[in-house]
Design a protein around this ligand. Structure first.
Ligand code: DOR
Ligand code: ZN
Length: 425
């Protein structure tokens, strides 16, 4: 293995220093390091972060390899500064058995660009009727710890209770897509002034808030861990704030797009802005940003949702919901929060790694720590060109926007997956 000396780098925004990486591990941190035979990377002006960790990625394999594969999604992740991603279970077949989660896990190992940690489905076929083989998935080679029917809500409260009870035995997590389905039938966008004006059926904030309120009570009753996917409303933040104050074991994520884009984008009728939960209002965005800064929301997760052209470039009502996220998430975080490096490291690496139980990830570079890290050029600005993305899909809502920050290099256990802003393989 190559020995790397990363010189003059700011570790999570601190004073410039050097990092020596050997045999996959950070062996020394300090100014003026020298190492015979090491490959030197001059990182003047760059910031080193612990490799980013995404709790919510759709990799689409098996089943929709035209939209994304484990390999193409892993490459997009590495280019976005990630060293680990959690792969959602809404594939075809659904990841509801040990066999499918092991397949995804193995494909991730073969691609070798990020650690791919499969999420298992809560219910068979995501149908919301019978619990899937949670224990078999946990005991499989994939070692599943997080279970989610994402894309669908586990709407039946009895099933949700049973799922929480089941995973308690091994301290697993149920990650809920909070959407009361009876309140969102036919919904096309956020229910509010804009939906009224456009005449599109609305997805009311209360459909999310009611499920979160119910589930924090269930999690409290059972004493299990609940994670809330893609929180999108100010009311949800208040429910979470109260639950956390009572000591409920709940964590929550927000996506980059819910931190930046409002429902007014629907006025373009461009389906690239159709997503579930939908883009909300400026007041929601303000509450989400505040909640992320003060820790009521624990992490930024991408909900990277690649879709093939025919599923996206059609009439709004027929388009699938979802947008790309892996290659732009750090830039959006920088745009929204500025160079608050400790906050970014906490919300995009340390905390998601802890929630997912990913050993060796989410650790700041220090002697003895696995060298999972990313180097960011905070001064760079780039124009997002969909055709230049590594994802197989093109549905980015940031097309031709100029965004701050560029991932210069990413290391997975001491080996570069990205160098000079380009994927190594
Ligand atoms: O917009 C979304 N897309 N929301 C989801 O919950 C699922 C996801 C997908 O799989 O495309
Ligand atoms: Zn979802």
């Amino acid at each position: 293995m190559t020995t790397y000396l990363i010189s003059n780098v700011s570790v999570v925004g601190g004073e410039p220093t050097d990092l020596l990486i050997r045999d996959g591990v950070v062996v020394e941190v300090g100014a003026g390091l020298a190492a015979a035979g090491a490959t030197v990377l001059d990182a003047t002006g760059l910031v080193a972060l612990p490799g980013l960790v995404d709790l919510h990625t759709h990799l689409r394999e098996p089943g929709r390899e035209d939209a994304e594969t484990v390999e193409s999604g892993s490459r997009a992740a590495a280019l976005g500064g990630y060293t680990a991603v959690c792969a959602m279970a809404n594939t075809s077949p659904v990841a509801d058995t040990a066999g499918v989660v092991e397949q995804v896990w193995r494909l991730g190992r073969e691609a070798g660009l990020v650690d791919v940690q499969p999420i298992g489905a809560v219910t068979v076929g995501l149908a919301g009727e019978r619990l899937a083989e949670l224990g078999a998935m946990a005991d499989s080679a994939a070692g599943v710890q997080i279970f989610s029917d994402d894309g669908h809500c586990v709407a039946d409260p009895r099933l949700m209770r049973r799922a929480l009870e089941y995973v308690k035995a091994f301290d697993g997590v149920i990650a809920q897509h909070a959407e009361e389905p009876r309140l969102t039938e036919g919904a096309q966008m956020h229910e509010g002034e804009v939906s009224t004006r456009l005449g599109l059926t609305g997805w009311p904030a209360v459909a999310e808030e009611a499920i979160i309120a119910r589930d924090v009570l269930l999690a409290e009753h059972v004493g299990s861990r609940l994670h809330v996917c893609h929180v999108s409303t100010a009311g949800s933040v208040e429910v979470l704030r109260q639950a956390k104050a009572r000591g409920v074991r709940v964590t929550a994520e927000v996506t980059p797009h819910h931190l930046l884009l409002t429902d007014e984008r629907a006025q373009t009728y461009d389906p690239v802005f159709k997503v579930n939960p939908p883009l909300r209002t400026a007041a929601d965005i303000a509450a989400l940003r505040e909640a992320l800064a003060d820790g009521v929301i624990d992490v930024i997760a991408t909900d990277h949702a690649p879709h093939a052209v025919e599923d996206k470039e059609c009439e709004w009502a027929y388009a699938r919901p979802g947008m790309l996220g892996l290659e732009t998430a750090l830039s959006i975080a920088l745009d929204v929060f500025g160079p608050r490096w400790d906050l970014i490291a906490e919300r995009m690496s340390r905390t998601p790694a802890r929630i997912a139980g990913l050993d060796g990830h989410g650790l700041d570079p220090a002697p003895g720590v696995p060298a999972n890290l990313t180097l960011v050029d905070p001064a760079a600005r780039r124009v997002i060109e969909p055709a230049e993305l590594a994802s197989r899909s093109r549905n980015t809502p940031y097309a031709r926007m100029t965004l701050p920050g560029r991932i210069v290099a990413t290391f997975l256990r001491g080996e570069p997956t990205v160098l000079d802003g380009k994927a190594v393989k």
